[in-house]
Design a protein around this ligand. Structure first.
Ligand SMILES: *Cc1c(COP(=O)(O)O)cnc(C)c1O
Length: 425
């Protein structure tokens, strides 16, 4: 199949099969992985598979496995439900499924894509507090029986169309000041709304089995988790006061980033769970989370081709074949700061990474005819030529997922090559 991603395997196909399952390996072309890392892997993809010079992603499954390892070692009591909206690339979802993750889906299509992997519906939480009727009916028909709510109207909808569904009350995190994308302005019950909402569910004979929150995506304030876990504890207490059955699920949402932020956030989460939930030793109490960015961001690298160049005085201007309406929409919507490295494999094949080359103030434009479609201004790059490449690391979170087909540049058509580099623990 021409459009099937080529699998660029690492150590062995057997190992890959063991990690991601047969489906993602069988029938794919497998090439040897160069020993010296990602840059030469990208070069070999360019040389061997990319005659058309379209942009492409490399997904390193080794990164995904080590992140899952890290999560399990650091927060062993908190089960991840990967947030599909962050990056729904099928092989990536397949890998997460094979690694035992649950899934946070927010729409019918997201539920369908997870069920298509053979994941059972009890590994899915429908974590959208405000759902279209038709999607609720669909969730009922396939047995996705856990969802979130933060309004009375939602309780009524769910009671009518999916009465067997268990509910988590989504509360507004008390503190999302440090987040790159706060979610509090849109979602989450305020403290004085909690009791009336619980009573509405009680009156509707709907089971509220726990509470959930989201401290905001790309959270930089680890204390936000502590405050939100404390607020969730108050919800558990309120439910008990109202004579409701004991709540059994605490969902701490997303907001995690791999790297230093996780090193700081995880101990806060652990300590807060210990402080506020250690007395709740009733059997069956479970902690879950909905990490998106944590697993997806660093696993994907994007390679783009330079399709145009103009020199204006000292400034070099380049056009590449992906941009703000494509993968780099993250600059607008996700407030991302992206970076790139030159891969001059056409103009400077002796030294494609341009080590020690002089750099120039450069502008990088995306391919559409809108001037807004500008990826960098005032960015330092070596002298490059048309047909060279720019390589963007850490492009897995909220990138292709929200790209468009504007001007006929179709983000969804960007291929993903799979690689497995040995995880470094
Ligand atoms: C977006 C979202 C997530 C994922 O957030 P990250 O910051 O990427 O971890 C989790 N849960 C819900 C309800 C979301 O809307």
């Amino acid at each position: 199949m021409a459009n099937e991603p080529v699998l660029v395997a690492g150590s062995s196909t057997e190992k890959l099969k063991a990690i991601v399952g047969e489906t993602w390996v069988t029938g794919k072309r497998v090439a040897a992985l160069p020993k010296d890392g990602l840059t030469s892997l990208i070069q070999s993809v360019i040389l061997n598979y990319q005659e058309s010079k379209e942009p492409f992603y490399v997904l390193d499954l080794g990164v995904v496995t080590s992140l899952m390892d890290k999560w399990t070692r650091t927060l062993p009591t908190v089960r991840p439900f990967y947030a599909v909206k962050c990056n729904p690339q099928p092989a990536f979802l397949g890998t997460m499924a094979a690694l035992g993750s649950g899934f946070d889906c927010a729409s019918r299509a997201e539920i369908e894509s997870v069920l298509a992997l053979g994941v059972s519906p009890d590994r899915i939480i429908y974590a959208n507090p405000c759902k279209p009727l038709s999607h609720i009916k669909y969730a009922a028909s396939v047995g996705v029986n856990l969802t979130t709510f933060d309004s009375k109207d939602e309780v009524e909808k769910i009671q009518k169309w999916h009465p067997k569904c268990a509910l988590l009350i989504r509360i507004k995190a008390p503190d999302d000041g440090g987040a790159r994308c706060p979610l509090g302005p849109k979602y989450g019950a305020l403290p004085d709304e909690v009791a009336p909402l619980l009573q509405a569910a009680q009156a509707a004979k709907m089971a509220v089995t726990g509470a959930s929150f989201h401290v905001g995506s790309g959270s930089t304030n680890s204390r936000a988790y502590t405050a939100a876990i404390e607020a969730a504890k108050m919800v558990f207490d309120k439910a008990a006061q109202l004579g409701m059955p004991h709540m059994s699920v605490l969902n701490i949402g997303g907001g995690f980033m791999s790297g230093q932020q996780f090193e700081e956030a995880a101990p806060e989460v652990k300590a807060a769970l210990q402080t506020f939930f250690s007395n709740d030793q009733q059997p069956g109490l479970s902690f879950i989370a909905e990490p998106g960015r944590f697993f997806a961001e660093s696993a994907f690298t994007l390679a783009t081709n330079i399709i145009g160049k103009r020199v204006r005085g000292k400034v070099r201007e380049y056009w590449i074949n992906d941009g703000i309406y494509g993968s780099m929409n993250c600059i607008l919507y996700d407030h991302a700061v992206v970076k790139c490295e030159a891969l001059a494999c056409t103009s400077n094949c002796e030294n494609p990474t341009c080590k020690a080359s002089q750099t120039y103030t450069s502008t990088v434009f995306g391919p559409t005819c809108d001037a807004l479609d500008t990826v960098f201004t005032d960015y330092q790059l070596p002298e490059l030529e048309v047909d060279d490449w720019l390589v963007f690391p850490n492009m897995g979170a909220y990138t292709a997922a929200a790209g468009s087909n504007f001007n006929g540049f179709n983000t969804a058509a960007i291929l993903t090559y799979l690689a497995y580099m040995n995880p470094t623990h």
